[in-house]
Design a protein around this ligand. Structure first.
Ligand code: F6P
Length: 360
């Protein structure tokens, strides 16, 4: 009897998904013998599981994808909060997913994704399916793991963007604001900010006071520095907004016609300091292209560990890196939790000790 292993990638894509898929497949072929394994690729994440869009994959499909960005399986956002809600289409999504798993005769299902994906993974594990999660996201905000694959590649890309902004900022004596992805957590911004030598770093975990941001930039200009770089997480908000609920904050911003957090900050800073300001939003560039060497190695280690879990029939878990060792957490211990940047932690304090302002 062949082992039938389902794989899906869910949520926003990131570099390293294919490297992980390859790692799992090759380690399974090695461990069980290629003839004893059938990998079943589920298309477009949980959408494919709900709608039974899946296919048996040939071993050759896992070659040549180590360096390839995106995901060969396709992906889709399928919000967790709607999973148990039966909508106008009358589809019972949980029932369908269980049926597809059964129809495909899967021994287990690997779910590669971020926080939302892990919540649904836990739901499916609670429903009796054999689930193994793998932590992907450029946001690095999955609880219980030091790092997620995709994150370091995005740090490299964001750092390169900041590096490039330096020369144009210096030439024009401007303040250049770089908006970096991360709605809830500022890991990407704080890391790229430090690596790129940003002068101000604004993240959701530390609500900023715009007056303090302006003061630090004015002080820098008065000390003879001809330009400044500000790294802003897309989810950054100020001290007044910190008192509001997320929905209220979003409503207020949309009423005020604010397109992005950074465009408003740049306008406020230009008005307060008199220094010409510009905004750069690398956006989805941060998720595109080939994974870095670090992420290829991490994805491979994670994939190989997932194959070990399959071998041991150790389900209901998600692969993780804890204190630099690859291991696995129980889904029930991590699903629904977010790993935030600690304002008192080493990474923020390192930047602060260099004189970087967080606007607090
Ligand atoms: O989850 C990763 C992420 O890139 C976030 O940093 C960002 O807020 C979001 O996805 C963007 O989502 P989408 O690709 O659906 O616009």
């Amino acid at each position: 009897m062949k082992r039938r292993i389902g794989i899906l990638t869910s949520g926003g894509d990131c570099p390293g998904l294919n490297a992980t898929i390859r790692g799992v497949a090759k380690a399974c072929f090695e461990s069980f013998g290629e003839e004893n394994v059938q990998i079943v690729g589920i298309q477009n994440g949980y959408y494919g599981l709900i709608n039974n869009i899946a296919r048996e994959m040939d071993a050759s499909e896992f070659s040549g994808i180590l360096t390839q960005g995106g995901t060969i399986l396709g992906t889709k956002r399928q919000p967790f909060k709607m999973m148990t809600v039966i909508g106008e289409d009358n589809v019972d999504k949980v029932k369908n997913m269980k049926q597809t798993y059964k129809k495909l005769k899967l021994d287990c299902l690997l779910t590669l994704g971020g926080n939302g994906t892990h919540k649904t993974s836990k739901l499916l594990a609670d429903e009796g399916l054999n689930i193994i999660g793998l932590p992907k996201t450029i946001d690095n905000d999955i609880y219980g793991t030091d790092v997620t694959f995709g994150f370091h590649t995005a740090v490299d890309i964001a750092t390169d963007a900041i590096d490039r902004l330096h020369t144009t900022a210096a030439s024009h004596s401007r303040i250049l604001f770089c908006e970096i992805m991360g709605n809830k957590a500022g890991w990407l911004t704080v890391n790229a900010g430090i690596a790129g030598g940003a002068d101000v770093i604004l993240i959701p975990e530390i609500p900023y006071d715009i007056t303090k941001v302006a003061e630090s930039l004015t002080k820098r200009a008065e000390s003879g520095k001809g330009f400044s770089i500000v790294a802003v997480a897309e989810g950054a908000f100020d001290v007044e907004e910190a008192k509001m609920k997320k929905k209220e904050r979003a409503k207020k911003r949309s009423e005020a016609g604010i397109l992005t957090a950074t465009s408003r900050i740049a306008a406020q800073i230009q008005a307060a300091t008199g220094i010409e300001s510009r905004v750069c939003v690398p956006g989805h560039m941060l998720r595109g292209g080939s994974p870095s060497a670090y992420d290829r190695i991490l994805a491979t280690k994670f994939g190989v560990h997932a194959a070990e879990l399959i071998k041991n029939e150790d389900y209901g878990k998600t692969v993780a890196m804890v204190n630099s060792v690859v291991t696995a957490n129980k889904l029930e211990d991590i699903a629904g939790l977010t790993k935030f940047v600690d304002p008192e932690g080493q990474i923020v304090q390192t930047a602060k000790k260099l004189g970087v302002s967080f606007g607090d």
